[in-house]
Write a protein that binds this ligand. Structure first.
Ligand code: ADP
Length: 607
């Protein structure tokens, strides 16, 4: 059975070791530091926890450290630091730190774990007992090359430097000028390594070096400049960082690939930065919002892009999840991006260990497709429903006049009474006309649906058309509902298919007769710029407001019990559109309807 030591025991153990160890929280506060660290930093014991690293670690290292820690929390890698310093007595102190993040099973960062090694060597030790040094005390630092120069002359190179650079030992004669030395091993980087002496006493360069045996490797060259006994002394630390660099490059490539995947999938990462009260966004979120990268993002920035109704929703949802101590929640909202387009975003937020973070995806395309599909589905369903009603109606509509024709044809042969015969003949004639109209509608409709309705245009005048219609409705002039057709004395030429135009008029006038009990039906025309507008106005039952938008749809009937195919207006509109005109309808239920359509006038050729 394994027994996990209690935190107290662990703490005791950590306090015994000579390595410097401390833990810091994701917001950079000390959670623990062992005795070795407290002693080394000369801190008052027990007061370290909850202290910010800003109060303990020298300020010059803080920005770089925070950046590296933040990277570590995202990439889940570790990193090593080396801080060399040359003391006044000529000895060297080398701090070597290894830093890692400890994550829970969900990958959430719990704390950073830092372990450091401090080695101090006197100048004498460095010069006299390097074998000793390498084999004993500096065993942990055998990876590090050390070069010391005083007033630009190299006074010391350790053995490790030779093997790092792949050079035979004692390959150099002292004193050796430091510039000459770097010129001979890395000419392309000499200026870079020796530059900027004034600006900083420590410089770090990562350079590519052509190793005689290993080929191209990566070297870290740390240079520390100090005055020592009035002389300018420089300490160079060389380290082969090829493995780390390759890992880093691999990480960069992985990140690039990840970024690419995120860009294609339109997914981004975000996190709340409580310390600065702002939001950290990955590139993709900037792209989604259309905001330049690196723009600082505050609450008010985000609010200014989100549709107002969604802002309060977003606030409520966040507050609720906070109240319910929920670990995570999904969300969806709409934004107006910087370039004015509307986007739908969805995402997930996680709240854990004082952090608030998550992902966000642009789902506009999906939303639009969903909407279009829904619309198409509703339309298809409506069309299906209307078609079924149409088929049911048709069998009834066809059977009624057909039964009348068959029934009265029988009676016609059996009766001798001339008055009855006349009556039966009229019924048969009227029923045949109704049947013909139904069959005509269906034929026209199928022609229009298959795009095969052909027009035969000719130039006619408005006068000719109106008198043509007047002739057709000659008999109806005496009806209970009076039909008035405006006469026309002007010469107004239009290019139309006569038969089809007359068909449209018949549809409209027959409808008016069908839906008008009393009053009148007026057929009128009016000129408007380069158009003529024809109208059929009745005093009938009118069309309910909620139906007016649909009466031109195929199979639509405002009143499911009315006679007809529900195709007349749809066919009429198609014909008029094919003749470059447009239909409009105005109606007041109980008062009447006005159907109007325009037709272009034939252009008069100037004499
Ligand atoms: P229908 O064969 O049913 O008349 P239409 O396409 O010609 O088919 O007309 C569609 C619907 O528009 C009609 O069912 C009716 O509800 C309405 N409608 C058309 N004309 C009129 C009108 N003049 N007055 C009232 N309603 C009308």
């Amino acid at each position: 059975m394994s027994v996990i030591p209690s935190p107290k025991v662990l703490e005791k153990m950590l306090n015994q070791v000579s390595d410097l160890i401390f833990l810091i929280s994701p917001d950079f506060k000390f959670m623990f530091a062992n005795h070795a660290y407290i002693n080394y930093m000369k801190l008052p014991p027990k007061k370290i926890t909850k202290k910010s690293i800003n109060d303990v670690i020298p300020a010059e290292y803080i920005p770089m450290l925070k950046k590296k820690f933040n990277n570590l929390s995202i990439n889940k890698t570790s990193f090593d630091n080396i801080y060399p310093s040359l003391l006044d007595d000529g000895s060297i102190i080398i701090e070597k730190w290894h830093n890692e993040g400890i994550f829970d099973e969900n990958g959430t960062l719990l704390y950073y774990y830092c372990i450091g090694n401090i080695k101090k060597q006197t100048k004498q030790q460095l010069l006299n007992s390097e074998t000793d040094l390498v084999s004993n005390t500096l065993i942990k630092f055998t990876m590090i090359g050390i070069i010391i120069s005083i007033e630009n002359e190299i006074t010391y190179i350790n053995k490790r430097s030779y093997s790092i650079l792949g050079l035979p030992e004692k390959g150099f004669e002292y004193p050796l000028n430091i510039r000459d030395f770097f010129e001979s091993i890395a000419p392309n980087y000499t200026n870079q390594i020796l530059l900027d002496k004034e600006n900083s006493d420590t410089t770090i360069n990562e350079i590519q070096f052509s190793h005689p045996q290993k080929g191209i490797i990566w070297l870290s060259v740390i240079r520390k400049t100090q005055k020592f006994n009035g002389k300018e002394t420089e300490l160079f630390i060389l380290e082969d960082i090829t493995e780390r660099k390759n890992n880093e490059l691999e990480t960069v490539n992985t990140r690039k690939r990840l970024d690419e995947v995120m860009r294609v999938a339109k997914i981004g990462y975000w996190e709340k930065d409580f310390e600065n009260d702002c939001w950290i966004w990955s590139n993709e979120i900037y792209r989604i919002y259309g905001i330049p990268h690196e723009t600082p993002i505050f609450d008010k920035t985000i609010r200014s892009y989100i549709a107002p109704v969604m802002v309060s929703k977003r606030k409520k949802r966040s507050a609720l999840s906070y109240k319910q101590k929920r670990f995570s929640f999904y969300f969806e909202y709409k934004i107006l991006t910087a370039d004015g387009s509307i986007k739908w975003l969805s995402g997930e937020a996680f709240r854990k260990d004082g952090r608030f973070y998550g992902w966000l995806q642009d789902i506009t395309e999906r939303k639009n497709i969903e909407k279009a599909l829904l619309k198409a589905k509703t339309k298809a369903e409506e069309s299906e429903r209307l078609k079924s009603i149409f088929l049911a109606n048709m069998s009834h509509e066809i059977r009624t006049p057909l039964n009348a024709i068959l029934g009265f044809s029988d009676l016609l042969t059996s009766t001798k009474n001339p008055a009855e015969k006349e009556n039966y003949k009229k019924i048969i004639h009227d029923s045949s006309n109704i049947l013909l109209k139904i069959i005509d509608d269906i034929l026209n409709f199928s022609l229009i649906e298959s795009g095969k309705l052909e027009l035969y245009p000719e130039t006619l005048t408005v006068k000719e058309i109106l008198s043509n219609i007047s002739n057709i409705y000659q008999k109806h002039k005496q009806d209970r509902v009076k039909l008035n057709i405006q006469s026309c004395e002007e010469n107004i030429p239009i290019t139309v298919d006569r038969e089809r135009l007359v068909q449209v008029f018949i549809n409209l006038i027959d409808n008016s007769f069908k839906y008008t009990e009393r009053g009148s039906i007026n057929v009128e025309y009016k000129l408007d710029k380069d158009h003529v507008i024809f109208s059929v106005v009745d005093t009938g039952k009118g069309i309910p407001n909620n139906a007016i938008g649909q009466i031109f749809d195929r199979f639509y009937q405002a009143d499911a019990f009315s006679k007809g195919t529900g195709l007349g207006l749809s066919i009429s509109r198609s014909i008029i559109r094919q003749m470059k005109g447009e239909f409009t309808v105005e109606s007041e239920p109980g008062k009447g309807s006005k159907f109007s359509f325009t037709l272009p006038l034939k252009k008069q050729i100037a004499a």
